[in-house]
Design a binder for this molecule. Sequence first.
Ligand SMILES: C[S@@+](CC[C@H](N)C(=O)[O-])C[C@H]1O[C@@H](n2cnc3c(N)ncnc32)[C@H](O)[C@@H]1O
Length: 260
Amino acid sequence: MSELTGISLTEDKEYLIIERFHGLLKKFKCSNYSHLYFMAREPERNDLREELIDHITTKETSFFRDLAPFEALRKTVFPRLLEQCRRSAEKRRLKIWSAACSTGQEAYSLAMVLQEMGVSPKEYQIMGTDISRMAIESARQGSYNRFEVERGVPPALLERFFETNSRNWKVKDSLKESLSFVQMPLHRPFMLPDSFDLIVCRNVAIYFASEPRTELFNRVSRHLQPHGYLLIGSTETAGDLGNLFSEIHLEPRAVFLQKK
Ligand SMILES: C[S@@+](CC[C@H](N)C(=O)[O-])C[C@H]1O[C@@H](n2cnc3c(N)ncnc32)[C@H](O)[C@@H]1O
């Protein structure tokens, strides 16, 4: 699993494999888990590898998760970054990356904050990435059930940014503008043509062992603009990155790392 996703599964997590891959034994006509494992190593079994990734990843997320960082973005980080972009000679766009975005709620929350601030989608670009094909397809659709929207979207924003048939709430095209979703793993070296003003990389490194976790934050931060911000999960630490970042405490419970 670690090779496929970077996720570290110690022996005490064996139950997770059994619980999550049980259905795949039947689907891929495997008699046991080692058969499934060897099949997944066959070069042409990309279909099985995608399914393993979709099943083993924990996609827990919500709109405006942890709230405090979104307040800090609205009050402090976005105004600072927008000012820099507007002042730049070429009036460049604000570039944001939601890394390991799961089913898209994080990226859409960032877009809602910006649009609520009156920022036009022409002034920003948000890219959401995730290793799971299923998560990315769902993020692109931007359709959520009652439980998902009630977990975080205030009624006024629901009214402004979603359309509903009373069973599902679909993100309006106006919010999807300047937002893209791409399937991309983070645990291996990757190439990106852009560097970003803000990278949000929350609640994914917690599934990695200590060294790969620090490598992940290192790799991600290479794509930050000088003085750009990295936001990690509220219960996470970035490891030994003190040489690269200064910690900025904005709201209570909103710690950003600013590239030196
Ligand atoms: C718990 S969710 C976090 C979602 C969101 N960032 C948040 O904090 O609400 C973790 C996400 O990380 C993704 N993930 C796990 N391993 C990954 C990897 N190696 N590369 C990219 N994404 C990965 C999973 O597919 C999942 O969607």
